[in-house]
Design a protein around this ligand. Structure first.
Ligand code: NOJ
Length: 723
């Protein structure tokens, strides 16, 4: 371990350039690096932890052991006192007074927890997600956190992988758009704003391809698929200004992401010109030994550092070995200086040198503000997906007697979802409480838990059946515990545990209509529950708003507008199943013999209480040349009785090209409120290069002459691109 410095003498110089807030950041960075010793530089490239640690996958570190020169810590506390203590040590006791960077997993809210990312994507409302991330940033920064390890933009096709909850679904473009929205929300216009935080795009790259949904394992990704499926959201996030990225745990076809020079240096730094830094995931440096590309932690540190990873999160590899590796001539000094510059640049941008301490504030001043709760509520509302509504059983009539049954009914904790920051169950409105407030004196509510989330105890069935018999309708609240998704939370099946399905079967025998409410962090296998349910409402893990939006949807006060950002397979055996699969040579054959080959609910599926009628797609031209502009429009009429929001998803299909392409690809989406009886025209400004073009296995973009189709719903229009 390196010795902490206790020298404050800068060689007699009172006002070094790097301390001048008016000097340009690059000059400050260079001035500072020129003054640093090897040991000081190395410590900037390490991240330890500080404070309470409630993540079972990570382990805490004692406060007092931290050196004053440490580059960064993961900060687990909910107010700034502890932070300011360590920061004072860094500013006053280290020789150069370099502030510490405090990071934390602010994934879907800090204290005002909003829906999991998978739910957010189903809102198709990036503007709202930007606002929610701004709330998270404000709460976090005012609590002493400068940097969030978010957004996670790992495209995922396998719901068994617990982390599917943390991303924006199966589509690269959707992940990219929500990535940009969250980067904007976190970072704002300037990172020096004391209500914004630095973003971190993770996990770079391909982690979502984990085999069979098992976490941390191998990923088989061809170079073409790397570019087609996984890189786009990162490219969009880097262009949006995300200052950091986290390297992933997975092995990309033989080269672990955390030792991957191609992705971290050639693409990120050389091609995309990213000037911030890459942090490892927790322990990912030393895990290169387990992955078998390094024989020791020292070699692992060398490989990761040379590949382009600047900061070591909790492997204690860089702090131990980088100085020796440099002295041995294995690491060029320029690489070390570049890495340090990258870390310092982010600290300067955050204004940490000029304002290192977090202002004192009360919890009331920073948490759960009415405007924050409103945003979280609106996002939860727009994330809800109405999957089924047979005979328009929903909304319920005001006087209906409702039996609320199931383990989710009165539960609060699980509605927070995985990685719920500093969220508390006391902040959450349960489904039952939401219904109580919504239906007040209008209708009677009855309740029975029926069964737990899992296990074999059927002793609650009889009470549930009795309660159901006294009611007009059953609201069956099933789903997952929050710990069933997130990191290290894989499941072998997308089906809910048998006990929950059994409860549904018992209730069905009462003949009362079942409205199935689902709260979960992954797509579910619903082929047994679907036939016994008149309606199915997916609320995901909605965060603090909990049961409020669903109550509004049941009463009809809210018209649901969410659509799936991920396919719900008919059964787990269909995985991987996703809308943008590549074309087959025999699309009329190749089906399963035992079950349907179609998913139960496809990508983009979601019902409303009103109906939308799409007109014809009108293009500005049907023949276009490279570089020309093309716009397409489609009128959408609300032909129902209620106002409602509709999202138009614009797809492109390229029937013939030099390499095979997916059957269709989402290129744009737009959501608008349409009043009953009104028509709104949706418009897509096509960028030929971006939308008709495709990338090759090196990420080089091509645009080929030929036919293309632009599609919305079941309509399409042919466009010809000529040279
Ligand atoms: C491991 C997780 O993979 C990553 O997403 C998270 O940001 C870090 N731990 C820090 O908690």
């Amino acid at each position: 371990m390196l010795h902490p410095y206790r020298i404050t003498d800068l060689g007699g110089e009172k006002n070094p350039l790097y301390k001048d807030p008016k000097a340009p950041i690059e000059e400050r960075v260079n001035d500072l690096v020129a003054r640093m010793t090897l040991e000081e530089k190395v410590l900037q490239l390490n991240q330890y932890t500080l404070g309470r640690n409630n993540n079972v996958n990570n382990m805490g570190e004692e406060v007092k052991k931290l050196p004053a020169e440490i580059g960064s810590v993961i900060y687990f506390d909910t107010d700034a006192e502890l932070r300011n203590g360590l920061q004072r040590k860094a500013m006053e006791e280290s020789r150069l007074g370099i502030p510490v960077l405090f990071g934390y997993d602010v994934i879907h809210g800090f204290r005002t927890v909003y829906p999991i990312s998978l739910g957010q994507a189903c809102s198709w409302n990036p503007g709202l997600v930007e606002q929610a991330c701004a709330v998270a940033a404000q709460e976090a920064r005012m609590s002493g956190v400068d940097w969030t390890f978010s957004p996670m933009i790992d495209v995922a096709h396998d719901g068994r992988w617990g982390r599917v909850a943390e991303g924006y679904g199966e589509d690269p473009y959707t992940n990219g758009v929500f990535c940009v929205a969250s980067v904007k929300g976190y970072q704002g216009d300037t990172l020096a704003d004391e209500r914004r935080v630095a973003a971190c795009l993770k996990h770079y790259v391909g982690y979502g391809a984990s085999e069979a949904g098992r976490d941390y394992v191998y990923t088989e990704i061809s170079k073409q698929t790397l570019w087609d499926t996984y890189m786009l959201p990162y490219e969009m996030g880097v262009k949006a200004g995300a200052v950091t990225l986290m390297s992933a745990f997975n092995d990309i076809s033989g080269v672990p992401a955390s030792a991957n020079r191609y992705t971290m240096t050639e693409i990120l730094k050389d091609r995309w010109k990213h000037d911030g830094f890459v942090v490892s995931d927790w322990g990912a440096v030393e895990q290169l030994v387990n992955q078998g590309v390094a024989s020791s932690k020292k070699e692992a540190s060398l490989k990761a550092f040379q590949a382009g990873m600047e900061m070591d999160m909790m492997s204690h590899g860089y702090d131990k070995y980088l100085a020796d590796l440099l002295k041995e001539g294995k690491i060029p000094e320029e690489r070390l200086n570049d890495a340090v510059r990258r870390v310092l640049r982010v600290k300067f941008r955050l204004g940490l040198f000029d304002n290192p301490y977090t202002k004192k504030s009360t919890e009331e001043e920073r948490f759960l503000l009415p405007s924050s709760l409103e945003i979280a509520g609106k996002l939860a509302e727009e994330s809800v997906v109405l999957l089924k509504n047979e005979d328009n059983v929903l909304p319920l009539s005001a006087s209906a007697k409702i039996a609320v049954i199931g383990p989710i009914g009165k539960n609060k904790w699980n509605l927070l979802g995985s990685w719920s920051g500093h969220g508390r169950d006391g902040d959450v409105v349960s489904v039952y409480e939401g219904l109580e407030a919504e239906f007040k004196d209008k209708s009677r509510l009855l309740y029975a838990k029926g069964c737990d989330f899992e296990g074999e105890d059927e002793s609650g069935f009889a009470e549930a059946v009795a309660v159901a018999k006294q009611s007009d309708v059953i609201l069956l609240c099933l789903g997952e515990k929050k710990t069933w998704s997130g990191e290290n939370a894989s499941r072998s099946t997308l089906a809910l545990p048998q006990i929950q399905e059994k409860l549904a079967m018992e209730l069905q025998k009462t003949g009362k209509p079942i409205i199935l409410l689902l709260s979960n962090g992954r797509p579910l296998e619903l082929n047994r529950l679907e036939p016994v349910s008149k309606a199915i409402v997916e609320i995901w893990q909605p965060g603090v708003a909990g049961g409020k939006p669903i109550a509004g949807i049941l009463s009809g006060r809210i018209n649901p507008s969410g659509k799936l950002a991920i396919t719900f397979p008919y059964s787990t055996g269909q995985i991987p199943i996703y809308y943008n699969q590549r074309k087959s040579g025999r699309s009329h054959q190749g089906f399963y013999q035992d079950i349907t080959s179609k998913p139960l609910y496809p990508f983009g599926h979601g019902l409303s209480y009103t109906e939308f009628e799409y007109g014809a797609i009108t293009p500005s031209a049907t023949v276009v040349k490279r570089g020309e502009k093309l716009t397409v429009e489609v009128p959408v009429t609300n032909v129902g009785e209620r106002d409602g929001a509709e999202t138009v998803l614009w797809f492109i299909s390229d029937p013939y090209s030099s390499i095979t392409r997916p059957v269709k690809e989402l290129k744009f989406f737009d959501k608008q409120l349409i009043k009953a009886g009104d028509t709104k025209v949706f418009r897509f400004d096509v960028d030929l290069e971006r939308d008709f073009g495709f990338v090759d296995e090196n990420g080089k973009r091509f645009l080929e002459a030929g036919e293309y189709y632009i599609m919305v719903k079941d309509r399409k229009v042919k466009i010809e691109l000529v040279d």
